[in-house]
Write a protein of this length. Structure first.
Length: 442
């Protein structure tokens, strides 16, 4: 295999084997082949520094020393410079944005302050980050452990696209996590000497649940135990809804699980996926981040640097880079003195909606129609309908009441309170109750 590798890929693999051989073993076949080329981009970067007369390397059109543009497009983003709008961004993202997001991680996750982890890599939102994680670490037939309350697009991305097998553990036991189910799932699928990706999405989509501090500690210890037993674990923390913590029914943790996993064991590699999509309420900008948290503190910088190069190669091969305009807007927003207060105001608006749903959905008058799943954060909540098929409920609710919800499996209905005004909460659940009761009587 090594004889067929590009010398740059072979050199990266040699560095990784010296710094953390267990991480090299975690890589997929494609991950081992990946490298960042020393071609046009590296030569262009060198010219940008030293070509003081003429730089004829850049693959864009220029005019007057700046990126050429059409005034009909420029006028919509007048406060940014042309180069912050129309130029290409580096494959790993704008350097200033990467630094700013790292500072944000440290501020919002104090447990990371004494840990060694990589510089966030800019992605075309979190779905792209998930795709990169799969490309680097998943071969056909590999297993990925997730809770049984999961985002459906994971199946399309990992099973259909990459040929992996998704296996699940029961997410809930009472009004909290089924920690025994999580431990059992790890014991079954993370045997000594094996490789397993574990994907944990908190706050969870579709349930809207954020674990408590005690649950987070228990999960981290369970993962550490399997790593110590010899399993190689790639733990992906999908933190798409990070920061939207509403503490309904009790206090939840307010940090990413990532902070509890970085630097814990050589057999445990943590990945953090997050972004501006939900955290800055900028869904269509498609600006996300992938951050590596190696398990060996003494070689973490080297491991992160190698994985950074391989990830840049994967980005270069697939999309070249993420949009410059989105990155410029996010970087400017992070530097704004008002951004924290703006985010707080929007989060409070969502918290009020979630609190109203929490109050109404569990009302005794609905007890015959559904059971409410635990939720305390994020965008969503789910109910388990009684005596009716969830898809039939969805269709009848839409046809008879003009209300749209999402059905999941045979029993579960997901409601997005993120787009539900407070005054619409009780009418929605009244209508849902009518529909469930009507179907039960048919």
């Amino acid at each position: 295999m090594s004889a067929k590798l590009n010398p740059l890929a072979a050199a990266l693999n040699e560095r990784l084997e010296a710094a953390a051989p267990e991480v090299l073993e975690m890589l997929s076949a494609y991950g081992r082949r990946l490298y960042f080329p020393k071609g046009i981009l590296s030569q262009g970067a060198e010219a940008k520094k030293h070509a003081h007369k003429v730089n004829a390397t850049v693959g864009i059109a220029t005019e007057g020393g700046e990126a050429m543009y059409l005034p009909s497009m420029r006028r919509y983003v007048a406060e940014l410079e042309p180069g912050e709008i129309f130029n290409y961004a580096p494959p790993a993202g704008r350097p200033g944005l990467r630094d700013a997001w790292r500072e944000k991680l440290l501020e919002e996750n104090p447990s990371l302050r004494d840990r060694s982890f990589g510089l966030p890599i800019t992605t075309a939102a979190i779905t792209h980050g998930l795709s990169l994680a799969g490309e680097l670490f998943i071969d056909p037939g590999d297993r990925i452990l997730l809770p049984d309350m999961l985002w459906g697009n994971y199946r399309l991305g990992f099973e259909v696209r990459l040929g992996a097998e998704i296996v699940t553990f029961p997410f809930f036991e009472g009004w909290g996590m089924d920690l025994d189910g999580f431990r059992a799932g790890l014991a079954e699928h993370a045997a000594p000497g094996s490789k397993l990706m574990v994907l944990l999405n908190f706050p969870n989509n579709p349930s809207g649940y954020m674990p408590t501090e005690a649950e987070a500690d228990a999960m981290a210890e369970a993962l550490l135990e399997r790593a110590e037993a010899g399993a190689r674990l790639v733990v992906v923390c999908d933190d798409a809804y990070f920061g939207l913590f509403f503490h309904l029914g009790g206090e939840s943790m307010t940090e990413s699980l990532f902070g509890r996993l970085v630097g814990r064991h050589p057999n445990l590699l943590a990945l953090k996926l997050d972004g501006a999509t939900k955290e800055l309420f900028a869904w269509g900008l498609r600006c996300g981040f992938l951050t590596f948290g190696p398990g060996r503190p003494d070689s973490a910088d080297e491991v992160a640097e190698v994985l950074d190069a391989k990830t840049r190669g994967a980005i270069r091969a697939a999309i070249s880079n993420s949009p410059m305009l989105s990155q410029s807007m996010v970087e400017k927003a992070l530097a704004s003195p008002s951004v924290a207060e703006e985010r707080k105001q929007k989060a409070e608006l969502l918290r009020a909606r979630a609190a109203r749903v929490y109050e109404v959905a569990g009302a005794p008058r609905y007890a015959e129609s559904w059971e409410v799943y635990p939720f305390n954060s994020g965008y969503f909540m789910c109910v388990k309908v009684t005596g009716a098929d969830a898809e039939e409920v969805r269709k009848k609710l839409l046809a008879d009441e003009g209300i749209g919800v999402i059905s999941i499996g045979k029993t579960d209905v997901r409601i997005a309170f993120s787009c539900l005004e407070e005054e619409g909460v009780e009418p929605l659940f009244d209508a849902l109750h009518r529909v469930v009761q009507a179907l039960r009587q048919e």
